[in-house]
Design a protein around this ligand. Structure first.
Ligand code: UDP
Ligand code: MG
Length: 419
């Protein structure tokens, strides 16, 4: 009998790749393994696929049954791994995600290395990283290298490319009170946080071979997190991995009820921000955006241009007030006329009046929210009639028009800039 290796597979809504991950364990040349599938309350499609593999006695299934509204509270895969370790029995522990696959010798090479090097507690290997697009086509490939013995593996080693002894995990537990640190601030580098704990006791030994393939999909957390700004301003359209579209409005996420409403509010599909689930669920759900918004000023979202048929006045809705656009010049500086939403007069009259929105040149200009300004190579974004600086990358991520910002001079910036 060879020593048992426990594989911990974390899973959440990856119906396209989960089977590949499970099969890659079944195809291992090393057969003394157990597989713990730690499912984070995935959708039915994913669960149905997993269920096909549960006849194999070596495979065990656990469902966290986590509520979506709770998801952002911890780094979920770290929480799942912490649950899994005490349920496993192997002498060695190793990790897999639902968008990765082990090559056939992954377990054999690593287990043999640890067996034959009594000093080694942790091994790592090379990894092939493949970026895939929405159609599953490979758009980029690179190899994550090995570097010899590593004392500081953070940033160099992915958690699907290591194996460690149970005894080293126990040392971590004894010192830190848990195995992985599941603080949500480590969502996109939870493995690095764990490496920091592990390397207090041991170093990472290399196996100079590619032993797994990672697939980076457009909705992978790392990719979405690195592209998502810390603060999402009101008026931003967002979408998680599911198909629902929400509008961020007054610090709530409001579901757009239908395509008809989306179109009648003149929203632009190319402006929808894709964010990770935990990010989405951080916002409390507000009233949906459906046909009721046209009958009540309380429900009408901020950030829209409105007018009624029998008047030429156009208003911008901000902070639940209506701001008249003073003239064509002001309109063209900030908006385009196709964005104007037709509503009835009764609704317009329900709104309290705020200051008029004037052209930039006017000395008492009031500026609308969420406008991207540009001055002397720097970008600024407006919020509550003041300006904050914003990096080009964040502006791009928010799908703001970085190539056609509102160009202004320094006196304008000084007047509105708040540190
Ligand atoms: N994951 C999870 N719960 C969630 C989100 C993600 O358990 O709510 C798991 C997911 O199944 C995967 C791991 O966390 O095993 C990392 O997620 P993903 O592959 O999307 O991120 P990345 O590869 O970008 O780190
Ligand atoms: Mg992944």
């Amino acid at each position: 009998m060879k020593p048992l290796v426990s594989v911990i597979l974390t899973s959440y809504n990856k119906p396209l790749t989960i089977a590949k991950a499970i099969k890659s364990v079944l195809r291992q040349s090393y057969t003394d393994w157990e597989l713990m599938i730690m499912d984070d309350n995935s959708n039915e499609e994913t669960v149905q696929i997993i269920k096909k593999y549960l006849k194999d006695k070596r495979i065990k299934y656990y469902n966290s049954n986590i509520e979506n509204s709770e998801r952002y509270r911890t780094t979920r895969y770290a929480t799942l791994i912490n649950r899994a370790i005490p349920m496993t029995k192997g002498k060695y522990i190793t990790y897999l995600t639902d968008d990765n696959e082990f090559l056939p010798n992954r377990l054999k090479r690593m287990a043999e290395y640890l067996e034959s090097h009594s000093k080694a507690d942790i091994v790592y290997s090379k990894q092939m990283v493949r970026t895939i697009n929405h159609n599953g086509e490979i758009t980029k490939t690179f190899i994550r290298r090995t570097f010899g013995v590593l004392r500081k593996p953070a940033g160099y080693v992915d958690h699907c490319s290591i194996m460690h002894t149970r005894s080293i995990a126990n040392k971590v537990y004894d010192k830190f009170g848990s195995y992985w640190d599941d603080d949500p601030k480590y969502w996109f580098n939870g493995d690095a946080a764990y490496w920091k704990r592990l390397t207090e006791f041991a170093v990472f030994y290399p196996v100079h071979e590619i032993l797994d393939v990672a697939y980076k999909a457009p909705d992978s957390f790392q990719r979405l997190y690195s592209q998502t700004p810390k603060i999402i301003p009101d008026g931003t359209l967002i979408k998680g991995p599911a198909s629902e579209i929400y509008l961020i409005d007054r610090n709530h996420r409001r579901k757009i009820a239908s395509k008809e409403v989306f179109n009648s509010l003149k929203y632009d599909a190319s402006k929808i921000l894709e964010v990770p689930d935990p990010y989405l669920f951080k916002y409390q759900e507000g009233p949906p955006i459906d046909h009721h918004v046209f009958s009540s000023s309380d429900l009408m979202p901020n950030g829209l241009l409105i007018k009624c048929a029998n008047s030429s006045f156009i208003y911008y809705l901000q902070n639940n007030k209506k701001h008249r656009i003073s003239n064509k010049e002001a309109l063209n500086q900030y908006f385009c006329s196709e964005e104007v939403v037709n509503v009835n007069e009764k609704l317009i009259n329900q709104f309290e009046n705020g200051p008029d929105i004037m052209p930039i040149s006017d000395s008492d200009a009031f500026i609308p929210d969420r406008i991207l300004f540009f001055c002397r190579n720097k970008y600024y974004i407006s919020s509550k009639n003041s300006l904050q600086s914003i990096s080009k990358q964040t502006a791009l991520n928010l799908k703001l028009p970085v190539h056609s910002p509102v160009r202004v001079g320094m006196p304008f910036i000084s007047r509105f800039f708040k540190n």
